[in-house]
Ligand binder design. Sequence first.
Ligand SMILES: Nc1ncnc2c1ncn2[C@@H]1O[C@H](COP(=O)(O)OP(=O)(O)OP(=O)(O)O)[C@@H](O)[C@H]1O
Ligand SMILES: [Mg+2]
Length: 260
Amino acid sequence: MRLRAEGLAHAYEGLEALGPLDLVVDSGERVAVVGPSGCGKSTLLGLLGGLLRPSRGRVLLEGAPPEGSLVPLAYVFQDFALLPWRTVEANVALPLEDRLPPAECRARVRAALARTGLADFARAYPRQLSGGMRQRVGIARALVVEPGVLLLDEPLSALDAQTRELLLEEVLALTAGATLVWVTHHLQEAVRVADRVVLLSARPGRIRAILPVPIPVGERDRPAALAELARLERELWELLREDARRAETALTVGAADAAT
Ligand SMILES: Nc1ncnc2c1ncn2[C@@H]1O[C@H](COP(=O)(O)OP(=O)(O)OP(=O)(O)O)[C@@H](O)[C@H]1O
Ligand SMILES: [Mg+2]
């Protein structure tokens, strides 16, 4: 077992955002997290990565709290979260530069850029890149730390459909064997990338269901797999639908309140 959440719950200034929930992620396992808008998915990732302290319960990464763990963690964010004044290589170097000698840092950055197809863009600035290329920088910045656990928060959601499909395949290849927690609102993406899909309820998000995806990741684009994946996606949607509708209505009502 690599990552364990026990009785995990979080509130922001009295607003119950998540849990309580229990979850175990094994070493090398890929878990997708889906749930209605605002149910606490990003909060869950923040807690798993030690960016947020839980209000209740705890997170253990190989037995220790994530903020004190020796296991390197990395995030990939929906909005890429690049520093616009830094070049591609300087963005990718960010998590390493205070921790490694400069020569080693440069070598690791070069290797990460080569793996993600960015070698020719090392000196470019984020504004000079397409959305897909920017997210490649985000992925390179995560891989450069050789993460024991990779936490992805809707990593493909800001991209157009074709770029999303291409990058999805690349991310799967680049992260083969890694322990992943991948948050997405895209059910088709969830059943493509995960060994298990965790479905959260509306806020405060609790575990409503966990669906295993019983097809090896490398075989999911085969015609024989597509019907089973579509069936799983439908099953998830049936479970999610009512909560999603309620979350959507709550957002609309909230917007109307704000407008008056
Ligand atoms: N820093 C914060 N301060 C106060 N409330 C917050 C904060 N961050 C999130 N929340 C609230 O906590 C709840 C859960 O937020 P969170 O961002 O974890 O949900 P999510 O499932 O990631 O949402 P989305 O689907 O929109 O990405 C929401 O109601 C949100 O408004
Ligand atoms: Mg979110």
